[in-house]
Design a protein around this ligand. Structure first.
Ligand SMILES: [Zn+2]
Length: 315
């Protein structure tokens, strides 16, 4: 591995994996039970693959791809052909996207990823502690060539449109029924630094009545003020309050980053989300891939080189 790294220039785009395996324990949002999570280095071309170590009698691996998303009502849940599933993957996926981890095996011993504090901060710490290494393989990206969108009659919309470099995200939410949230907007260009410093901290949120209803249905048993911001009317019930005034819209941005990473490669484009959720982003990815004229797969190094030489010529 060391010989391989020496050959790689730090300025090139390579696939990346973790330097060392790393482990943590947390609570499952739905079960309220302990879940063990391990992140393990993986070979070139593996992608992000979840593995259910508690399932031993059938295929227990599920690729973290939009085509495997089976439920988006409360969070992003992925399943394989044998019906083995893992839910609440989006916050971990967002951290993997933020750090550009291409290849990793994510082991859990339960049907859900531990919710930690409802944000991606613990995953950021895990990835940093494990370390990141480039691999001897070029990185491909999906470049958006024309706008693709999904809208509904309630004013919800999501779109992906062309951009020259990287992935930019614009998000808007509007909760007129709660002064604690109200209307919030947020924009960011994704990088390791912007993700870790400005997005990872934002916790998931819900309304007190919803939490009560879910718990009466036997769902969200692990949900508490320790892993979510809970809003009751115009008030935030968490004693410590919010981590920022716009924590709600920043969390929605975090969710979108995680869901978009289910394309299996980074995006060169601009995402816009208006009052949208996991289901809309998944529909958007399906619509994008169904339209072959809306995107192209590029070698990121070659693409950026051609972009720079074109700029240089016109300067
Ligand atoms: Zn979330």
């Amino acid at each position: 591995m060391i010989a391989e790294i020496k050959l790689l220039s730090p300025y090139r785009h390579h696939q990346k994996t973790l330097q060392n395996p790393i482990h943590c324990v947390g609570i499952g949002l739905h079960s309220g039970q302990k879940v063990h999570l391990s992140l393990k280095p993986a070979a070139v071309g593996t992608g992000v693959v979840f593995r259910r170590t508690d399932v031993t009698d059938k295929n227990n691996e599920i690729p973290a791809l939009y085509t495997h998303v089976s439920d988006t009502r409360l969070n992003s849940c992925i399943s394989n052909e044998e019906g083995v599933s893992v839910s609440t993957i989006e916050h971990l996926m967002a951290a993997l996207a933020g750090f550009g981890i291409t290849n990793v095996i994510v082991e859990v011993d339960a049907p859900e990823v531990p919710v930690m504090d409802g944000s991606a901060e613990d995953y950021v710490t895990l990835i940093r502690c494990a370390g990141i290494v480039p691999q001897n393989a070029p990185l491909k990206a999906i470049k958006i060539l024309k706008e693709v969108s999904v809208t509904d009659d309630k004013g919800v919309s999501v779109s992906l449109s062309p951009a020259e470099f990287g992935l930019s995200i614009d998000f808007m939410i509007d909760f007129p029924q709660s002064k604690a949230i109200g209307r919030q907007e947020y924009s960011i260009t994704l990088s390791e630094r912007t993700f870790a410093d400005s997005v990872a901290y934002a916790r998931t949120f819900g309304f007190a009545q919803e939490v009560e209803m879910l718990q009466s249905m036997g769902l969200a048993r692990g949900g508490s003020l320790d892993n979510a911001v809970v809003v009751d009317g115009d008030c935030v019930l968490n004693k410590e309050g919010l981590r920022s005034e716009n924590e709600f819209v920043v969390h929605k941005t975090l969710d979108a980053i995680g869901d978009l990473y289910q394309l299996g490669m980074p995006i060169i484009g601009r995402f816009s989300g208006i009052k949208s959720g996991h289901a809309h982003t998944n529909q958007l990815l399906r619509r994008l891939i169904a339209d072959k004229t809306a995107y192209e797969i590029v070698d990121l190094d070659a693409y950026e080189e051609s972009l720079l030489s074109r700029k240089y010529k016109t300067a």
